[in-house]
Design a protein around this ligand. Structure first.
Ligand SMILES: [Fe+2]
Length: 225
C-alpha cells in the first residue's frame, strides 16, 4: 500500500490538472488530507524540541513542488505567526499536524460603490482590499482541515498561541513572482473589533519579523507516478 502523502500527491495532480478545478475533485483531495497525521510526513514532537536551534520564527519544509500545486509544511514557534496574507486566485487546504493554531480568515469583497464626485475629486484609494472578517478559529491535529478558495477565506493569518504549531498547506496554483504574488495586509485600527463584518485590509510590505529557515522533507519518498 502506498503512503498517504503519495496518494495526496497523486490526487492533487488529478484535482488541479483542470482549471478551474472542480469541487468534486477538490473534495476527494480534502478527504485524503483530512486523514493526514504528522507521522505520515515524517515529523513529530522531536522537531518541536529542536526548534530553539533555528534562528527563524518559522520553519519551511517543501514537501512537493509541481507546476499546478505545491505541498509545504510550516512550523511556527510559540507566539509567532504567519502574517495576514492572500492567495490570489488560489485554492487551498490547510491541515494542522501538531499543536493548535489560531486561524483568522477574511473573504475579499468588492469595494463599496463611489459617487461620481468622490471618484473624480476624492482621495486616491489606499492600496488594499475590502473583506468580510470571519470569526477566528482554533484548529488542532484532530480537527478537519481549513479550506480556502479565490473568493472564500482567501486571506488569513495563522498564529501559534500556546505552543508551537506544524501544519501542511496544499495550494494551487502555486505562488509565482510577478504573476501570483503573496501580498501582506493589516487591519486598519478602526476595524479591529468587528468580527463578521466588512473591513478594509491595508496592503503592507512583508513584515520584517516574519522569515523562515528551510528544512528538508524527511517523510516517505514521493514517487513521480
Ligand atoms: Fe496561507
Amino acid at each position: 500500500m502506498s503512503a498517504l502523502i503519495q496518494s495526496i500527491v497523486r490526487q492533487a495532480k488529478i484535482t488541479f490538472l483542470k482549471k478551474p478545478c472542480n469541487e468534486t475533485e477538490v473534495n476527494k483531495l480534502y478527504k485524503l488530507v483530512q486523514q493526514l497525521t504528522a507521522a505520515d510526513v515524517g515529523i513529530g514532537d522531536a522537531l518541536f524540541k529542536r526548534l530553539p536551534q533555528y534562528p527563524a520564527p518559522v520553519l519551511f519544509i517543501p514537501v512537493y513542488d509541481h507546476e499546478d500545486f505545491t505541498i509545504t509544511i510550516f512550523v511556527l514557534k510559540q507566539g509567532r505567526r504567519i502574517p495576514m496574507h492572500n492567495h490570489p486566485g488560489m485554492t487551498g487546504i490547510l491541515k494542522v499536524l501538531l499543536g493548535t493554531a489560531r486561524v483568522e480568515s477574511f473573504s475579499p469583497i468588492p469595494p463599496p460603490s463611489q459617487s461620481a464626485f468622490s471618484y473624480f475629486f476624492g482621495k486616491k484609494p489606499k492600496p488594499g482590499t475590502y473583506a468580510l472578517r470571519h470569526d477566528p478559529i482554533s484548529v488542532s491535529a484532530s480537527d478537519d482541515p481549513c479550506r480556502l478558495a479565490p473568493e472564500r477565506g482567501n486571506i488569513h493569518e495563522v498564529l501559534a498561541g500556546d505552543g508551537p504549531v506544524a501544519f501542511l498547506d496544499v495550494l494551487a496554483p502555486p505562488y509565482h513572482n510577478g504573476e501570483r504574488d503573496c501580498v501582506y495586509f493589516k487591519l486598519l485600527p478602526d476595524d479591529e473589533n468587528s468580527p463578521n463584518e466588512k473591513c478594509f485590509l491595508r496592503e503592507i510590505p512583508a513584515p520584517e519579523d516574519f522569515w523562515c529557515n528551510t528544512l528538508s522533507y524527511e517523510g516517505p519518498t514521493i514517487e513521480e507516478n
